[in-house]
Ligand binder design. Structure first.
Ligand SMILES: NC(=O)c1ccc[n+]([C@@H]2O[C@H](COP(=O)([O-])OP(=O)(O)OC[C@H]3O[C@@H](n4cnc5c(N)ncnc54)[C@H](OP(=O)(O)O)[C@@H]3O)[C@@H](O)[C@H]2O)c1
Length: 157
């Protein structure tokens, strides 16, 4: 069983505004794809995030809902628990999903945007940076044109 997480935010942790991504760039989407490909990999996200991003080529998505989970858009009895026995799970948000699963993750990748910081405005969503800093330590930093990619490992690993 292995879990990791990935998010794109600013230094306040802002990831979403009005049910859309707060920050987006083609470079970020390309790197997100590179980091999430893999035949034994399943992306886990909340229902709202799935409604925004839909199915993604060459990836399997488990969308969580109390009304029934969806696997690539189709109703399923599979859960994170059953699927994680033989797959690597990448936690893709939103906020509550990050909070629930960060304690299970071994590693996290954060893309800290270089775009101008947006005002919280309507219905902001935040990545739990406090929990990240409590549970993880920064390892590597890679510079991209539109974001800084920071890798984190669980304390003690
Ligand atoms: N920048 C980024 O990296 C990033 C990543 C992800 C999301 N976002 C942003 O975050 C915002 C969406 O966040 P959100 O909080 O509205 O929605 P969300 O986390 O995508 O979905 C929340 C819903 O997921 C379901 N859920 C979560 N955990 C569950 C569990 N353990 N079991 C069953 N169902 C569960 C619930 O659905 P039910 O009510 O049906 O039970 C809950 O209402 C958007 O703005 C999006 O763009 C940004």
């Amino acid at each position: 069983m292995s879990f990791s997480a990935i998010a794109h935010c600013d230094t306040t942790g802002l990831i979403g505004l009005s049910n859309r991504l707060a920050y987006r760039s083609s470079e970020d989407l390309k790197e997100f794809k590179a980091q999430t490909l893999g035949s034994q990999t399943i992306l886990v996200m909340g229902k709202n995030t799935y409604q925004e991003c839909g199915n993604l080529p060459e990836r399997i998505i488990l969308a969580l809902s109390s009304k029934g989970n969806l696997l690539n858009g189709k109703a399923t009895n599979e859960t994170v628990e059953t699927l994680s026995r033989s797959n690597h799970m990448i936690i893709c948000g939103g906020p509550i999903v990050y909070e629930q699963f960060l304690p299970l993750c071994d590693s996290v990748i954060i893309h800290f945007t270089k775009q101008p910081q947006k005002k919280p405005g309507d219905n902001p969503s935040y990545f739990p940076l406090n929990l990240l800093n409590e549970l993880f330590r920064q390892t590597t930093v890679k510079d991209f044109k539109t974001f800084t990619q920071i890798h984190y490992l669980k304390h003690g690993q």
